[in-house]
Write a protein that binds this ligand. Structure first.
Ligand code: PMP
Length: 396
C-alpha cells in the first residue's frame, strides 16, 4: 500500500494509545485502573443535557454555519467578558469540533513549510505533531521542575528567530499543571512586543480547573492582543469531552482563515452540541466549580500518596488534573526479570504488573517523568497508587 508521506511525519497520540492498551488488558479479564485519560470522570451537568435533548426535539438537525451559530458566538463573547474581562465580538470567534480541531485549523492557517513554532516543554502531545503534519518545525524550550515547568522571558527571546511564526503554550498546563501568573505573562508579553512577527497560541482549556483562584490570559495585554489566539472549549470545564466543542478568540482575519479551512474539512461543529454549549456557557458555573473542588481533594490525596513513594519527586500542580512525577531514579533498575530503562518502559512495567494505565513523559517532551491523571474516583486513585508503589518497590 502506498500511503502519504505526511503519515511518516507524526505519531499517534500516546495518551490514546495507552488507554487502548488498558482496554485490551481489561477485555482479557484484568482489573485495570485507568489513570491515563485526560477527561473528567464526571457526567455532563443535567441542565446542559436537557438543553441538548431540547435541541434534538426542536430539530437542530441541519448544517450549522461553518463559524458557529451567531448566538453561540455571542455567548462565547459574554463568557470571555464575564470570566476574563476580555472584549471580543462574534467576528473574533470561531466554533469548532473541539480545541484539538481549533489548534489544527490555526496551525494550518498560520504555518508554512519550514516555519518555526516555539513550544515550551513539557507540552500537550498534539502540539508538536500537528505542527509536523503542517510541515512546520517545532522548536522546543526545555523547562524543569525547579522553575515550576514554566518558561522564562529570556528563554523565549533566545528561541525566537526570523523564521519563528508562532509560540504555543497552555496555562494551566497539560501535563505539569503549571499555571502562569499575571506577572509571568507580562514578562512573556514584553518579549513578544520585541518580535512583532510572532503569533501566540494561548491554550486555556483548563481555565476552570485552577486551584489558585484566578485564571489569567495573555490576551489581557492590549498591545499584543491582536496576535494572541485563545484556544478554549467545553471538554474539561463542563465534562463534555464527547460533545466535541472548542473555539478560538482572535483577530478576525485569523478567524476567517480558520473558517476557510474548517469549511472544507468539517463544515463546523455538531448542531445539537452548539445549542447545549450556549446553556453551558451562560448558566451558573456551580456544577463546574463543584467538580473542580472534588479534583482539588483528589489532588491533595494523590500528592500525599506520591510523596510516600521512595525516589519519586513531584511538583504540586496549580491547575488541570494531572500529576507529573519525576520517576527517573527507577531507570536502570530491575525486578530480577525485567529491567526498566526509561519512562516508556516504566509505564509498560506499571501497566503489565500493576494493571494501572499512566502515560510516558516522553510523549510530552520530558522523559524523566510519567503523567498520572486523577480523573478517577478516590478509591480507584488510592488503589492505583498503592499498586504503583508496590511494583516500584520491586525494582532494585
Ligand atoms: N489542549 C489541551 C492542553 C488538552 O489537554 C486537550 C485535551 N486533552 C485539548 C487541547 C483538546 O481538547 P478537546 O479537543 O477535547 O476540546
Amino acid at each position: 500500500m502506498s500511503l502519504s508521506s505526511r503519515l511518516q511525519r507524526f505519531s499517534e497520540p500516546e495518551t490514546l494509545r495507552m488507554a487502548k492498551m488498558g482496554r485490551e488488558l481489561r477485555a482479557k479479564g484484568f482489573d485495570v485502573i485507568d489513570l491515563s485519560l485526560g477527561e473528567p470522570d464526571f457526567d455532563t451537568p443535567a441542565h446542559i443535557k436537557d438543553a441538548a435533548k431540547k435541541a434534538v426535539e426542536e430539530n437542530w438537525s441541519h448544517y450549522p454555519p461553518v463559524a458557529g451559530y451567531p448566538d453561540l458566538r455571542e455567548a462565547i463573547c459574554t463568557k470571555l467578558k464575564r470570566d476574563n474581562n476580555l472584549d471580543y465580538k462574534p467576528e473574533n470567534i470561531l466554533v469548532s469540533t473541539g480545541a484539538k480541531q481549533s489548534i489544527a485549523n490555526l496551525i494550518m492557517a498560520l504555518v508554512d513549510t519550514g516555519d518555526e513554532v516555539v513550544i515550551p516543554t513539557p507540552y500537550w502531545v498534539s502540539y508538536s505533531e500537528i505542527v509536523k503534519m503542517s510541515e512546520g518545525v517545532p522548536v522546543m524550550i526545555r523547562t524543569g521542575a525547579r522553575e515550576g515547568y514554566k518558561v522564562s522571558p529570556e528563554q523565549v527571546d533566545a528561541a525566537i528567530t526570523p523564521k519563528t511564526k508562532l509560540f504555543m503554550f497552555s496555562s494551566p498546563c497539560n501535563p505539569t499543571g503549571a499555571v502562569y501568573s499575571k506577572a509571568e505573562l507580562e514578562g512573556l508579553a514584553e518579549v513578544f512586543r520585541k518580535h512583532p512577527q510572532v503569533y501566540i497560541m494561548s491554550d486555556e482549556i483548563y481555565e476552570y480547573i485552577n486551584y489558585n483562584g484566578k485564571h489569567e490570559s495573555i490576551a489581557q495585554f492590549d498591545d499584543i492582543k491582536d496576535r494572541v489566539i485563545i484556544i478554549n472549549g467545553l471538554s474539561k470545564g463542563f465534562a463534555m469531552t464527547g460533545y466535541r466543542l472548542g473555539y478560538i478568540a482572535g483577530d478576525p482575519a485569523i478567524v476567517k482563515a480558520c473558517e476557510k479551512i474548517q469549511g472544507q474539512i468539517t463544515s463546523g461543529a455538531n448542531a445539537v452540541t452548539q445549542r447545549a454549549a450556549i446553556t453551558a456557557l451562560t448558566a451558573d458555573l456551580k456544577p463546574s466549580l463543584e467538580m473542580v473542588k472534588e479534583f482539588g481533594e483528589r489532588k491533595k490525596v494523590i500528592m500525599s500518596l506520591l510523596n510516600n513513594i521512595p525516589g519519586v519527586t513531584c511538583n504540586e500542580p496549580d491547575g488541570a488534573f494531572y500529576v507529573f512525577p519525576d520517576v527517573s531514579s527507577y531507570f536502570g533498575k530491575s525486578d530480577g526479570t525485567t529491567k526498566v530503562n526509561n519512562a516508556d518502559e516504566l509505564c509498560f512495567y506499571i501497566l503489565e504488573n500493576a494493571h494501572v494505565t499512566t502515560v510516558t513523559g516522553k510523549a510530552f517532551g520530558e522523559d524523566k517523568c510519567i503523567r498520572i491523571a486523577f480523573t478517577n474516583s478516590l478509591p480507584k486513585i488510592e488503589e492505583g497508587m498503592a499498586r504503583i508503589k508496590g511494583v516500584l518497590g520491586k525494582l532494585h
